[in-house]
Design a binder for this molecule. Structure first.
Ligand code: HEM
Length: 559
């Protein structure tokens, strides 16, 4: 007798198709959930993950625009300075405290020497001129570029740039004097400092400078550079972490990236062509690109030369103005008047004749109070709040946990620079005197205690900022000359915002852009009890005469 298959009997008359459908539905939902929460690196055991990550976007939405401040708040809320988060499909380990940042960047410097590559920045924007050094993964080409830029920017070379520091800082004070009608009109200092920073790196790279603050090419370079800096930030560019977004029809991000790339190619090629032309005519100035173009032995390719120049131009053009403008903002406030006065007295202590201060301002960094102001400005206004991302090349042992190779490491420099455990309860106050001993010299303890690291504004370790020696000299020269020349007073109607987070008008950009503000410049030689009348005019005239033949403005660089 044939045995008929027995239908399974389900309790309460539940339909078996319904059960199968539900099981399939659960399986599908589970698979979708796994796909939408999977990351390049699986969950790292032993490193806490911040709760609340969503499928697909992870923590991206919660991070909002201001990653550094949100991450700092999570550090305090969850009482752990090192934690993991998910940026879409990318797992990242975040480091917040001063001590942990030091341990990660110095203690594990060979492991965290790499940089991550991002779809928009590396795949689209950098496809023609190569990656900047700061965004290059660690490979042979990056080593060569870092070596070449290290040679050009090292301490040994600084003497070669004296003329440039002299000329560019003279132009800042000259034009501020002219446009503020010698202190009678309130003025915004940022455009002058932008030109200062950009001209310095253009001179270094191409032997070319622009004299006008509102030169069209100068403004084009600044505009394109800032727009590209925005496209590097995670909060502006979800498609880097949520790949499906790349395939949306009419992808505006891709269009915009290509447009910016083309605009950037145009001026970079124009600059390099100009150098080639100058070499042909024998009128080229000593600069990085001419040196490389003339050196047949060089191992660098054309794309690498462009990439080095691009790195130096983009390395300084926002960081220097961000730091110096906000520093001037802090000095101009009622509380800042005391710091300005003490700096001026310290300058006079070393250079009783202000003309000597002008002459020496680019040759050494001797005035302790000015050095303290620079350290404090760099620390307090951490212009690159999340530094530049790193990636591990080998496994990192971290308190028993193993952070695998190829993990993104994010250093929250803003949080480390305002860590009360390191800087004390006044960490969120602008106070240059934290760097000084009671006799007014730079406090060696602050440097020894942190193994030479004063703050994380220039990063640290194997991929620390290559331009920090030049940056420090640029800040010093401009500050000495400005403080010698003027008492800087904040505008009452357009005062600076001096909050270390809120001073920045674009929190999603890679480098802070200070909110606009104005100051009045009161010439010191017109103040009661100040220098003898006419000192500023004399300093300017002497600098003009000295710098006249240094670098002539090049004509014909069309973009
Ligand atoms: C106040 C001014 C500046 C600040 C705050 C600053 C900040 C930084 C930071 C945070 C990094 C990443 C460091 C790390 O990952 O540990 C960096 C890298 C870099 N900076 Fe600067 N920078 C400044 C000025 C300059 C200037 C003037 C130049 C060039 C002339 C420059 C060239 C570079 C380069 C080439 C890198 C990439 C280093 C690498 O990845 O190997 N920077 N900078």
């Amino acid at each position: 007798m044939a045995v008929l298959p027995v239908e399974p009997v389900l309790p309460f008359g539940i339909d078996k198709d319904l059960v199968a459908g539900a099981a399939f539905g659960f399986l599908l939902a589970y698979i979708l959930y796994r796909i939408s929460t999977s990351t390049d690196i699986p969950f790292i055991k032993g490193i806490p993950e911040i709760p609340g990550a969503l499928p697909i976007t992870g923590h991206l939405l919660e991070l909002g625009e201001d990653h550094a401040t949100v991450l700092e708040a999570w550090w305090r809320k969850y009482r752990t300075s090192v934690f993991q988060i998910r940026l879409g499909n990318t797992r990242a380990v975040v480091v917040n405290s001063f001590d942990d940042a030091k341990r990660m960047l110095i203690g594990h410097q060979s492991a965290v020497i790499d940089r991550p590559t991002l779809y928009t920045f590396h795949g689209i924007i950098s496809s023609t001129q190569g990656f900047t050094i700061g965004s290059s993964p660690w490979d042979e080409s990056c080593k060569n570029k870092r070596k070449a830029s290290g040679q050009a920017l090292g301490r040994a070379k600084i003497r070669d740039y004296f003329d440039m520091f002299d000329l560019e800082s003279y132009c800042v004070v000259r034009d501020l004097a002219r446009d503020s009608k010698n202190g009678t009109v309130e003025i915004s200092v940022r455009p002058y400092i932008q030109r200062y920073a950009l001209n310095t790196t253009l001179t270094l790279c191409y032997g070319i400078r622009m004299d006008s603050v509102y030169d069209s090419m100068l403004r084009e370079i600044l505009e394109v550079g800032s727009a590209i800096s925005l496209l590097r930030s995670a909060s502006e560019n979800y498609q880097d972490y949520v790949p499906i977004l790349r395939y949306l029809p009419n992808n505006e991000k891709n269009k915009r990236s290509k447009d910016l790339r083309n605009r950037r190619d145009k001026y970079l090629n124009a600059l390099l062509d100009q150098v080639r032309e100058m070499i042909r005519k024998g009128t080229d100035k000593p600069c990085i690109s001419a040196a490389i173009l003339k050196d047949q032995e060089t191992k660098l390719t054309g794309v690498e030369v462009s990439s080095i120049c691009l790195s130096l131009v983009s390395g300084g053009f926002e960081t220097i103005p961000g730091t110096l403008t906000s520093c001037i903002g802090s000095l101009s406030t009622p509380e800042g008047q005391m710091f300005q006065e003490k700096a001026y007295q310290d300058i006079k202590r070393l250079y009783p004749d202000v003309r000597d201060a002008w002459r020496n301002s680019f040759q050494d960094e001797k005035v302790p109070y000015v050095n303290a102001i620079i350290k404090e400005a760099a620390r307090y206004y951490t212009v690159s709040a999340m530094s530049l991302p790193r990636k591990t090349v080998t496994e990192v042992e971290w308190d028993g946990a193993k952070i695998p190779a190829k993990t993104m490491i994010l250093i929250n420099a803003q949080a480390a620079n305002h860590d009360v455990d390191h800087f004390g309860p006044s960490a969120s106050t602008f106070n240059p005197e934290r760097w000084l001993t009671s006799d007014g010299s730079i406090d060696p303890a602050s440097e020894k205690a942190s193994a030479g690291i004063q703050h994380f504004s220039f990063g640290a370790g194997s991929r620390a900022c290559s331009g920090q020696i030049i940056a420090s000299r640029l800040l010093y020269t401009a500050l000495v000359r400005m403080i010698c020349s003027y008492r800087i007073v904040a505008s009452e109607s357009e005062p600076p915002n001096t909050d270390y987070v809120e001073y920045n008008q674009f929190k999603s950009a890679l480098v802070a852009i200070p909110r606009d503000f104005k100051v009045t410049l009161i010439p010191r030689d017109e103040m009661e009890g100040g220098d003898e009348a006419g000192t500023l005019a004399e300093c300017l005239e002497e600098a003009r005469a000295r710098t006249e033949g240094y670098y002539k403005e090049e004509e014909g660089v069309e973009v």
